[in-house]
Design a protein around this ligand. Structure first.
Ligand SMILES: *[C@@H]1O[C@H](CO)[C@@H](O)[C@H](O)[C@H]1NC(C)=O
Length: 195
């Protein structure tokens, strides 16, 4: 019987031999702001859920071990945590997802690694697959988690709680809003009023 450490080491060696280990690449489709607790929290950060203590968690991303991963960030304290499909960790510096007048974000119900239209990808993993942002209700909160489509579950591991693997979850998707339309008459009236 091999110990799990040995198994992991073997998997890494085999992966290296095959040249499968890649560096995570950030996805630049969306706007992300590098931040930490010393910076003012942006008003247009995207809400993702709340943790067991009732703190709201906003959507962030971090680089960990050659993978770009979703993070959950508390506005009040800048406390940020994330998880892979095995480990849970915390960081002091992270990027926050921002919405604006034309792009906003929604959560849609999904399951089994189905690829949702306009799903937000944070970047790629060490295995060079896209990493998506999911969330699910567990452990007295709604937690942002990590979705690798091939693994078909939303991985959520928070602090010392056990790893959760949800096959039903929600996925973060991008929504384009057309710029506000200003009727011609309003423009003319404003012009007349200023004369
Ligand atoms: C809004 O965000 C999108 C996606 O990040 C970006 O492409 C676009 O330029 C932004 N629009 C404005 C008005 O800042």
């Amino acid at each position: 019987m091999y110990s799990s450490t040995k198994l992991v080491a073997c998997v890494l060696i085999v992966a290296q031999l095959l040249g499968a280990i890649q560096c995570g690449v950030y996805d630049n489709t969306d706007s992300w702001l590098l931040s930490d607790k010393s910076k003012a929290f942006p008003e247009n950060a995207v809400l993702g859920g709340y943790d067991s203590y009732g703190y709201e968690n906003f959507v962030g991303r971090v680089l960990y071990s050659s993978s770009i991963l979703p993070a959950r960030v508390r506005a009040e304290t800048g406390y940020a945590t994330y998880n892979t499909d095995s480990i849970a960790n915390q960081v002091t510096s992270y990027e926050l997802l921002l919405s604006n007048e034309t792009v906003s974000y929604d959560w849609v119900r999904s399951f089994d690694g189905f690829r949702e239209r306009n799903a937000v990808s944070v970047g790629t993993s060490a295995a060079n697959e896209r990493v998506y942002v999911c969330r699910g209700r567990t452990d007295g909160g709604i937690f942002i988690g990590t979705l690798y489509l091939a693994q078909k579950v939303c991985f959520i591991r928070y602090e010392n709680l056990p790893m959760r693997q949800l096959s039903k979850y929600e996925v973060l998707v991008r929504k384009h809003t057309p710029a506000a339309f200003t009727p011609f008459e309003v423009l003319v009236n404003e012009l007349n009023n200023t004369q």
